[in-house]
Design a protein around this ligand. Sequence first.
Ligand SMILES: NC(=O)c1ccc[n+]([C@@H]2O[C@H](COP(=O)([O-])OP(=O)(O)OC[C@H]3O[C@@H](n4cnc5c(N)ncnc54)[C@H](O)[C@@H]3O)[C@@H](O)[C@H]2O)c1
Length: 313
Amino acid sequence: MSGTILILGACGQIGTELTLKLRSMHGNERVVASDIREGGEELMSSGPFEILDATDANAMEEVVAFYEVEEIYLMAAMLSATAEKFPERAWNLNMTSLINVLQLAKEHKIDKVFWPSSIAVFGPNTPKERTPQHTIMEPSTVYGISKLAGERWCDYYHHKFGVDVRSLRYPGLLSWKTQPGGGTTDYAVEIFHNAVKGEPYECFLKADSALPMMYMDDAIRATIELMCADSDNLSVRSSYNLSAMSFTPEELALEIRKHRQDLEVVYAPDFRQQIADTWPASIDDSKAREDWGWKPAFGLEATVEVMLRELSR
Ligand SMILES: NC(=O)c1ccc[n+]([C@@H]2O[C@H](COP(=O)([O-])OP(=O)(O)OC[C@H]3O[C@@H](n4cnc5c(N)ncnc54)[C@H](O)[C@@H]3O)[C@@H](O)[C@H]2O)c1
């Protein structure tokens, strides 16, 4: 790669860690972070940063030309829980930003695109256990609708215009560096913050609500491995199913209690329970394993250990 990498929405939960990882691989100056707000100290001080609204096609084109950008990772989006409160804004951000990036690739101004989808593309009629790559979708949230539409646009731009766009259906992500940004699986991060402070946690999902989850290091590695994979091996240009583990809030609390016996959890499900009820409990990611060798490294035990260790520092 002779040019640079641009991350849109770099200050969020995934963008922060992805930017730092890509900077460690390619050199700080080769990875340009951008967002509509400033990010954490490490992200801001380690390399170039631009204030950039991903819905502004002209501004994006200027940044791409200035930094001679070759690859874009589009992490800007409105997440599931927030999107239910602002449906039109969510649709506008999630769709306009994607079309802007796909157009740049179609016009050969960039070579490669990463865009994340989500398990939210599935809906109440989807098989819940080991949800297959190709199955009934019918999402019932505005976030899921925007992700499913996005997947179809990615597939369309690839087949119609030869755009090299790659995508993963991330499960809920657990990380300690950055707070989650308004999703239905945020409980699984919040509970650790309370556990290390010795405070009780009020969980917004029911105790037995099983969802697919992944530790952030696995998600970042999957993203980079997919982007490095040989294009000819990629049979899915909508978005790959991706899996590491599945657990309920109660199972997570039990695992945390092995280290913090005093953790108290009360369950007070809110509107996010209805969203969780429509999502899969576990995911079949055999296509990702076959096509580009995906294999997760972190299960529940290892994730709980590293989360508690890092947050206790
Ligand atoms: N975190 C998860 O568990 C998860 C799971 C599945 C999919 N995803 C997807 O991964 C991507 C990144 O998610 P995240 O958790 O890092 O989200 P986040 O909310 O933590 O971060 C999103 C970032 O986008 C920025 N942003 C908002 N509007 C913008 C705009 N107009 N222009 C530029 N930046 C803008 C925000 O300031 C924020 O820093 C999203 O597409 C999300 O749907 C996340």
